[in-house]
Structures are given as structure tokens and as C-alpha cells.
Design a protein around this ligand. Sequence first.
Ligand code: DCB
Length: 355
Amino acid sequence: MKVSLFHVVLILLSFATTCCSSSSDDIKTPIEDAQDPNPDDDDDDDDDDDLVSTSVSFVEEHGQLRIQGTNIVDENGDTVQLRGMSFFWSQWNGEYYTAETVKWLKDDWQSTVVRAAMGVDEGGDAYINNPDREKQKVFTVIDAAIAEGIYVIVDWHSHHAEDYVAEAKAFFSEVSEKYGDTPNIIYETYNEPLDVSWTNTLKPYHEDVLASIRENDPDNIVICGTRTWSQRVDEVIGNQIDDPNIAYTLHYYAATHKQELRDLAQQAVDAGVPLFVTEYGVSEASGDGSIDVGEANTWWDFLDANNIGWCNWSITDKVELSAALMPGASFQGGWGANDLSQSGTMVRAEIKANN
Ligand code: DCB
């Protein structure tokens, strides 16, 4: 039988009136949600603008975070231990700073946090020389984290941040002005200081940058780096920054740093210093060398026992053992088992088992 275009239009019209007049249209099915690139937005751009999503994102569930004692707690006062991935230095592997990668890390890895590690000064072609380009990569990750309903750490990734105070203040002022009213943002003012004094250099640096943030954002958490690659969290004891929502950075590489560093961290926690592991590796401190599976597990147990949140170093396909990805892995997520390194496989399993 020959069906005319007129018949097709009639059939479609009658289907549209019966199915779309019912109020069941207000609820999206899980399948519709899974196909929707932004299941949590209002879908104002499509015809049926009264669609309401039934899924609640992680940030919708937990809302504004704050520090209570040594823990991060959510808007209901319940402890939250964030687990997720750090991107690599933005100036060297910024191709992974995509909305699709963030979405994949949330959907497939079940990450509840990601960290944008904006390269500041290293290598001569980072933020200091190309501020707009590097900032745009960070904004892409922040926007995607907000769209996906996960938390995002904005990291000033440098070993010499005290040499760029004005630049750090301008950057964090801009970020906090743009995003300070969303609960998603966590600021990390200085990735890894070298051997400089907490009291004389680092604390004043953090206080200075913090002031730029607090002009725009009174309450989101700020994480502050500590002496020698963010290891000497014990030096903060009795000398904390005067703000209710500060955590201090602890970094470790499991094949290098072991019980001795856990002991320093435990001292800090026992003295009331809140910690966050904004990066760690299961490899040696070089980011390569060897992987220590036993120590990686001992560290995860330690972090869980103390409710310490973490991001793993890192989302890159560089040929090094801390890299989560194998060479050539897509910049848009969608990674299969063969795209993940040993580290990536271990860390993804750890996140999925706990988040
Ligand atoms: C930290 C840095 C991070 C660095 C990793 C692994 O540095 F925050 O940026 O990442 O840990 O070393 C590495 C990449 C390499 C890249 C190198 C460039 O994985 O591919 O070539 O950055 O700098 C640490 C952490 C601990 C220690 C030393 C460093 N430590 N460090 O304990 O001695 O020298 O960067």
C-alpha cells in the first residue's frame, strides 16, 4: 500500500495529541535521561519545556561543603569523602580538558570530583605566558563539572607560586567572581611548594590569595599546599590559617612515601588539621619507576579511616606509570579496558568500589 505524506503527518499528529497531553510527560524515563547530554538541566531549549529530570546529581544531593573538625561535611552535616581524578599539567596535555572527559569520569568512573591542574610557569609556555589559553581549559573543566553535578578543584599547579603572587591573586579573583556562587568549586592555591618556610612564606602567600577569593566567595573550601611537595602537613599544627573553611594539602606517591609520611599526616589529623590529598600516585614520586600495589592499598585504607578526600595523578596518556591512560586514548572519554594503564585500572576500581 502506498502511504502518502499526508497520512504520515496525520498519524504523527494523532500520536502527539494522545501521548503528549498526558501529565506523564513531566517525568523523563531513565533511558531518555541516559541519552540526554545534560540530564540535570531544565531542557529549556526543547519544545516540551516543562520536562523535569528525576535524577539528582552528587552536588544537588550534598550542596555546599564546609569543614567541620578535620572532615568535609555537606549541607546536612554528613561527612563527605570525595574521590576522583586529577588532570595532568594543562600546558602539556590540555587536550584532555574536555567536557566529554569530565562526563566520562563521572558516569563511568563514578568520580565525585575532578581537579584541573593549571600549569603556571613550568616549561615556558604555561599560564604566565598564555593566560587566556590555559584559563579557557580550566573553565571548560569547571563548566563541565557544574553541568555534571560533581565538585571541581581549581589548582594553581606550580612549584614556585610565591614568585607569582599578583598573578595568582588575579586568577583566583576572576575564578571566584565567575564561579564563587556555585557549591561545586574548591580552590587549591599552590600545588607543591618546595623547601620554603610555612610560617614565613607559605602561610602569608595563602592568606594573600585567600583574601582575593573571599572578596567574592565567602565560604567554598580552599586547600593550601605545604612545605616539600605538600608533605609537611605537621608544620601547620598550631599555625593554621584563620578561616573556617581551609584544608591542607597532603601529597604522596605510594612507591616512595610510606609509613613515615602517614605518621606525619596522622599527627596533623590528631591535632585537628583537616587534610585533602589533591594528588597522589600509585607510582614513585617521579610519576614513574615502579608501582607499589600493597602501599597503594595501605594508603587508601588510611585515607578512608580518616575521611580524607583524594584525586589521583593523572589523566594523561604519557608513557609513565602514574598515567591513567594508554598512549592514544581518546580525548573524549569512552575508554575501554585496553585504554587504561595498570594505575588507571586500579584507581578506577577503587573509585567505583567506594563512591
Ligand atoms: C608532583 C607534581 C606533579 C608531578 C608528580 C610526579 O611532583 F605535583 O606535577 O608530575 O608529582 O612527579 C610530574 C609528571 C611528569 C612530569 C613532571 C614535571 O608526572 O610526567 O615530567 O611532573 O615536573 C613531585 C612530587 C613529589 C616529589 C617530587 C615531585 N618528591 N617533583 O617527593 O620528591 O619533583 O615534581
